[in-house]
Every structure is written in structure tokens, then in C-alpha cells.
Design a protein around this ligand. Structure first.
Ligand SMILES: C[S@@+](CC[C@H](N)C(=O)[O-])C[C@H]1O[C@@H](n2cnc3c(N)ncnc32)[C@H](O)[C@@H]1O
Length: 246
């Protein structure tokens, strides 16, 4: 069997970004984290078996356990039946090895599952890593049962505008600016939840540097850029979650 390649070239960078976001989130922001937002939608749908495509270290799994209000994992669905069982799938075991529930190494472009087996399929900040997100969306749709819920979330190119003078995120094939249209092209009708809110406050130059490093900017360049930013700086986070029913 041909094993998929390791897709995350910088798992440590990802973990650093997650920590930094948590540490510097504004007081009202933690409950607004994207995995929490999506988990609450899954709980509302009563999804039982959930595939987390590009699960990373399992942020969705933790959020689902909380949203289904019966931690620790596995949680229960609102009708009391076992629910919220998150199966993680990732191309990079360096991250997925930290996933708290069942996890497989696999490729979003060729999911190792039969048709129609999942109640929900989720891809948070995953499709932006792919050259052909629509092909991965067709795969996600294939493994969903009829009536199953799909959720994707991604960041906008216009994210963190306060840093625009020193940094812009690299464009991807699945930025928030086009994500809705791409998901609708595969699933038809969609439900959209956009955010455009001051969510993170970086207290000093070091935090700005780390924020940039966590987003793939080489250390030296990030340090030079950080010197040009007035701190503390509050960052406006912009992105979108797109939901669809199969
Ligand atoms: C930015 S991380 C997001 C992780 C997690 N969804 C979260 O929100 O915390 C992107 C994840 O997608 C995974 N990934 C990228 N391309 C993939 C592919 N083709 N198949 C499976 N996983 C992939 C990466 O390894 C990484 O763990």
C-alpha cells in the first residue's frame, strides 16, 4: 500500500501557533475558538461518528467532548445515545500522534473509508493546504451518510490587518474569500458563519515575532518585522466556517 506523504512540514510551528493563540486570546475569545464553534454545531446536529480530516493534535476532539457536555471523550449526543466520537485522520503523524481518540494516517484526497459511513466530516484549516480542495470536498461528501453534516473552516487573506505593513498570509486555494463558493460547488446549499473580530492581543515584540514564526515566516525576518510593530497590538481575526448537509 502506498503511504501518503507527511503533509505538515512544520508540526512544531503549528503547535506553537495554537499555544500562542490560547495564551493571548482576549478574555471573551476562548469560547469562540474555531474548533469550539464547529463542535457546538456538531452537538446541535447530534452527530455521532465524526471524521476530522487533517485533525492535527486533536483540537476538535477536545472541543467536541466539551460541547457534548460529557467529558472526557467519548461524549454523548443530546438524545443520550453515545455520540461525538471523533476519528482523526492526518497526513502527519508528528501531530496526529497527539490526537486523544482513534486516529489514522491518511490522505484527505483519498479517504480510506467506504461510502456513507460518517455522520459528520470536518476540515478545520486543512483544505487550505491542498492544491485541489474541491477534490477533497468530494471525498468528504462521499464518506458522509445522506443527511450527514460537513463543516470546513479557514482563514481570510485579509486576516490580522494590523500587521499588513509587515506581513500578509500567503494566498491558498481555500481562503475564506472563496471557500463558500468552493464548498457550495460540491455540496449545493451551504450555511455560513463569518468572523471579523479583535480576538488576539499580542503584548510585546517577542509575541509578534512568535506569531509570525508560527505562520511560517523565517525567524530573522519575523524578528525584524516585529520591531516595526507598535505593541501591544490587538489583531482582528477574519475567517469563515462553512456547513453543508449531504
Ligand atoms: C493547520 S493544521 C490544522 C489542524 C486541526 N484541524 C486544527 O484545526 O487544529 C492542518 C493539518 O492538516 C494536515 N494535512 C494537510 N494536508 C493533508 C492531507 N492531504 N491529508 C491529511 N491531512 C493533511 C496537516 O498535517 C495538519 O495537521
Amino acid at each position: 500500500m502506498k503511504l501518503p506523504v507527511d503533509h505538515d512540514a512544520d508540526p512544531e510551528g503549528f503547535l506553537r501557533a495554537a499555544l500562542l493563540t490560547e495564551r493571548h486570546a482576549l478574555p471573551y475569545a476562548p469560547g469562540l475558538g474555531v474548533p469550539g464553534l464547529v463542535a457546538r454545531r456538531l452537538a446541535r446536529a447530534g452527530s455521532r461518528l465524526i471524521l476530522d480530516i487533517g485533525c492535527g493534535d486533536g483540537a476538535l476532539s477536545a472541543a467536541v467532548a466539551e460541547a457534548f457536555e460529557n467529558p472526557p471523550w467519548p461524549a454523548r449526543s443530546p438524545d443520550g445515545e453515545p455520540g461525538g466520537l471523533v476519528v482523526g485522520l492526518d497526513g502527519a503523524m508528528a501531530l496526529a500522534g497527539l490526537h486523544p481518540g482513534p486516529v489514522v494516517r491518511g490522505d484527505a484526497m483519498a479517504l480510506p473509508y467506504a461510502d456513507g459511513v460518517f455522520d459528520a466530516a470536518v476540515a478545520i484549516n486543512t483544505l487550505c493546504h491542498l492544491a485541489d480542495p474541491a477534490a477533497a470536498l468530494r471525498e468528504a461528501r462521499r464518506v458522509l451518510r445522506p443527511g450527514g453534516l460537513f463543516a470546513a473552516a479557514t482563514v481570510a487573506r485579509a486576516d490580522s490587518p494590523e500587521l499588513a505593513d509587515v506581513w500578509r498570509p500567503s494566498p491558498t486555494a481555500f481562503d475564506a474569500e472563496e471557500a463558500v463558493e468552493i464548498v457550495a460547488g460540491v455540496f449545493g446549499e451551504v450555511e455560513v458563519d463569518r468572523w471579523d473580530l479583535p480576538l488576539i492581543r499580542l503584548p510585546d515584540e517577542d509575541a509578534v515575532r512568535d506569531y509570525l514564526v508560527a505562520r511560517g515566516v523565517p525567524h530573522g525576518r519575523a524578528a525584524r518585522a516585529a520591531r516595526r510593530v507598535d505593541t501591544p497590538v490587538t489583531l482582528t481575526k477574519r475567517g469563515v466556517a462553512v456547513y453543508a448537509i449531504r
